[in-house]
Design a protein around this ligand. Sequence first.
Ligand SMILES: O=C(O)CCC(=O)C(=O)O
Ligand SMILES: [Fe+2]
Length: 395
Amino acid sequence: MDGGPVDGGPADDVSAGVIPRRDDISVEDFVREYLVPNLPVVLGPRFTDDWPARRLWVADGRPDFVRLASLYGGAQVPVTHCGAVDTPDQQCGEMEFGKFVDQWRRDPRSGLYCKDWHFALDREAPQVYSPPSPMSNDWINVFHDHGGLEGRDDYRFCYMGGGSTWTPFHEDVFRSYSWSTNICGEKYWILVPPGQTDLFTDPVRGWVHNIADPDEVCFPHARRVRRIEFVQGPGETVFVPSGWWHQVRNIGDTISINHNWANEHNLCHLYRRLAADMARVRHALRDVADMDDFVEHAQRVLRADSGSDYLGFTRFVLHMANIYLRQLADPGSISPELRDLDPYFRAEVSLRRALRLIDDVLELLAADPAARELDPIPADVARMRARIASQIGDA
Ligand SMILES: O=C(O)CCC(=O)C(=O)O
Ligand SMILES: [Fe+2]
C-alpha cells in the first residue's frame, strides 16, 4: 500500500459532499487517512465513552442543570448573545456560571451561548475528559502546559447553549486544527473545503458570516461554495482540518468540548498563515516602511492582529525540535512534554518524521525575507537545521 488516496476512501466521500465517519480507527490510520491529507472525519462515541463528563454533566440525555450549577456555579464564564443579526462579533460579556445555567434552563431559546470558556484552565477539579487518542499529539496545549509557550493561555474550550445558539462562519485561530466532542445534544455543521475563499471573502466587505444564508448582494458567489453538511450526535467527535472554514449551530440544548491543536502535520499551514498575515501587515504599513524600527513595529502589529509573530512562532518550532531531538537520542526516558501522547507518536519512526516536517518549515523560514532580517532567527534556524541533519540525516 502506497499510502495515497484510496478508492471509496475519505477523499472520495469529501468530494461527494459526504462526511467520513469512523466508529473506530487506530491512531496510525487516523494520521494517514485524515491528518496527512487534511480531511475531516466524525469519530464515533466510543472514543469518549469513558469521559466522566458524559455521565456527570448529563441526565436522561440532557444537561444536568442542577449538577452543573452545583459543580461550577461560582465560575466567571464568557457568554455571547446570539441575536438575530448575523455579525461576526456577537455581543459578548462575562457572567457567573450559576446565573447562566439558571437563564438557560428557564429560557432555552434565549440565545445565550457560553462559549470559549477556558474550562480546563479555570478548574482545579478532577479532569472530566481527555482528548481522544488520535488528537493527543497536540503541540499547542500539551507543550503550553509545560511552559513551552508564552503567556497563561490555552486553547481548550467548553461550549454550552440552547437550540438557537450558533457560531458564525470562520476559520480557526492560526489555521490550527480543531476537534469538538458533544457531551450531550447535537450540532449542525457546515464544513467548507479550502481553496474557495475568493467566493466568500472580500478585501472591503470582509467575509460571509452566515454561509447557510449569505448576503447575496455583497457576496454574489457564496451560494456556490462547495460544502459538507451533517449532524454531530452525542458523544461524537468532529475533526476540523487546517484551513477548513466552518459554521456550527446547536440543535436543542448542547454541551461540547473543543480544542484547537497543531502538530508536525499542520505546522506548514500555521507558517503559511503567518507569512500571509505578515505580507498583509507590511502592505498596510508600506507608507512608514522607512521608519527606524519598522521591522519590530511590523512584528508588533502582526502579533496584535494574528496572536503570534515570527519570533514566537520560531521559538515554538525550535522548542518542539529540541524536545523531539532529545527524545530520539534517549528513547528510554519519556520527557514530561511527550508523556500524554499516544505511544504511536513517540515511536522512533514518528519522531523522525516529525523532525523532517519541522525541518521543512525551518527551510521555509530560512528563505523568508521577513524572517531573515529578524535577529536571532536566521542563526538559530541554521543551527537547528544542522543538528537535525546530523541526527536524522538529510533523507
Ligand atoms: O460548537 C461551536 O459552536 C463552534 C465549534 C468550532 O468552531 C470548532 O470546534 O472549531
Ligand atoms: Fe472553529
